[in-house]
Design a protein. Structure first.
Length: 439
């Protein structure tokens, strides 16, 4: 079939029946969806067929290429040094990019970071950053390159012209139940990352209840798929599989996650969040050619935090991207909703379950995420998780504090966490953070 003879109904039928779409057909679909000649309902049907039947390697390569070239592609060749980025497949309380990018940039790696918004029950780096008053994350390619040349780091997102196919498909997947699919996640992430003209990429592939991949085997398949796409484009990709059974750190929200990120930049912060931030940071410094070994990289990261260079870099990013630096210097100025509700332990014992998915859904219901494509985020609400897996609690101890703006939303959020915490009568081991690595 020549491109002018493609029929979307026929192409949906091919995928629905387990067939293979040609490179030309996939290219036509992406171009036509971006120029709005394919409507959302047909694209949703195709996404569901891909979700159910998967994609062959050659289809995935063609889809990723078509998405990558659906808009502008950055050319970072004029900026000296290796360009490295990090991307997470999405989790609850996963604010790692926010302290990580300034820490690694302070050590000399160039980071053209393009992050996403919240998807389903998971939070998004862009939404979190925008809780800093005035902070912008959408730039034209020219402005993005100006900021990168000035600061060696940008915390941005896709603009209308960078990988527009992913921006449109990502929002449609969120609203059509087609997010947790290996080909759809890998083409989404890798099209954005390849458009950044990177030398190296570190992936944090989340596994468990709060992740899109629920088992280590599924996560490994996703990681291997993305490492393979990187290799075929000459970009070194290293993937870490990390635990997402429970939220990362203590804060789940938007402004509250900025506050917790600042703790890490100040040399403090919860142990699990600090562990993943340094794990990924070490790899980025090695991929960026700044350190030869992970030990050397660790020493550089520790120094960047202890000397204040990492925090200073974050201030520079915030002020260059229009954000109010006073909110960073004094995180108490970040938005906080007026009301709090404390959820308490019903009995003595050890926490055996602190479910990331249910807590993520509760955060969305509070207003911290979007229930529809168009919904606005309330940056001031969130959940502070006090008791995590392995902790011992007494009856009446606080399990979590809900910071909320509206009673009905609190009720809806509490409904989501009815079984989120389970307390057993015997001690429970702490969960390992790092589950595997693929290179
Ligand atoms: N992050 C992305 O950028 N895309 C996905 O599909 C999932 C997580």
């Amino acid at each position: 079939m020549s491109p002018s003879h493609f029929s979307m109904v026929e192409l949906i039928g091919i995928k629905r029946d387990g067939g293979i779409l040609s490179d030309e057909a996939l290219q036509w679909i992406i171009t036509s969806y971006v120029d709005k000649s394919i409507p959302d309902y047909q694209m949703s049907a195709l996404l569901m067929a891909i979700f159910l039947n998967g994609m062959a390697d050659e289809e995935l390569a063609a889809l990723t290429q078509a998405m990558l070239h659906s808009g502008d592609v950055l050319d970072c060749s004029t900026i000296p040094g290796k360009k490295v980025d990090k991307h997470s497949t999405g989790g609850v309380g996963d604010k790692v990019s926010i302290p990580l990018a300034p820490m690694v940039a302070a050590c000399g790696v160039v980071i053209p970071m393009m992050s996403g918004r919240g998807l389903g029950h998971t939070g998004g780096t862009r939404d979190k950053l925008e809780s800093i008053h005035g902070m912008k994350t959408a730039f034209t390619p020219d402005r993005f390159m100006e900021l990168l040349a000035a600061n060696n780091v940008v915390l941005g997102g896709q603009s209308a012209t960078l990988v527009p196919a992913d921006r449109l498909i990502y929002a449609l997947r969120d609203a059509s139940g087609t997010v947790p699919s290996v080909p759809l996640i890998s083409s989404s992430i890798m099209s954005k990352k390849l458009a950044e003209d990177l030398d190296g990429l570190v992936l944090d592939v989340k596994v468990g209840s709060g992740a899109f991949m629920k088992t280590v085997d599924d996560a490994r398949l996703l990681a291997e798929t993305m490492v393979g796409i990187g290799a075929s484009h000459g970009t070194t990709v290293v993937a870490y599989l990390t635990n997402m059974e429970q939220p990362l750190g203590h804060e789940v929200g938007n402004a509250s996650e900025i506050r917790e990120s600042i703790e890490v930049l100040r040399g403090d912060g919860p142990a699990d969040l600090v562990e993943i931030t340094y794990l990924l940071g070490r790899e980025m410094l090695v991929l960026g050619g700044i350190a030869q070994t992970h030990d050397e990289a660790q020493a550089l990261l520790v120094d960047a935090v202890a000397s204040g260079k990492a925090f200073e870099t974050f201030r520079t990013i915030v002020s260059s991207q229009g954000g109010d630096v006073a909110m960073i210097d004094d995180p108490g100025l970040l938005p906080v909703a007026d009301h709090t509700h404390v959820l308490r332990a019903p009995t003595d014992g050890w926490v055996r379950r602190c479910d990331a998915l249910e807590i993520g859904i509760a955060s969305v219901r509070l207003g911290g995420g979007r229930e529809t494509k168009e919904a606005a985020i309330d940056p001031s609400v969130g959940i502070t998780v006090h008791a995590k897996i392995g902790d011992s609690v007494r009856a009446g101890d606080a399990l979590a504090t809900f910071t909320y703006a509206e009673n009905e939303k609190l009720e809806a959020a509490l409904g989501a966490v009815e079984t989120a915490w389970q307390i057993g009568t015997t001690p429970v081991k702490n969960q390992p953070i790092l589950l595997d690595e693929i290179r």
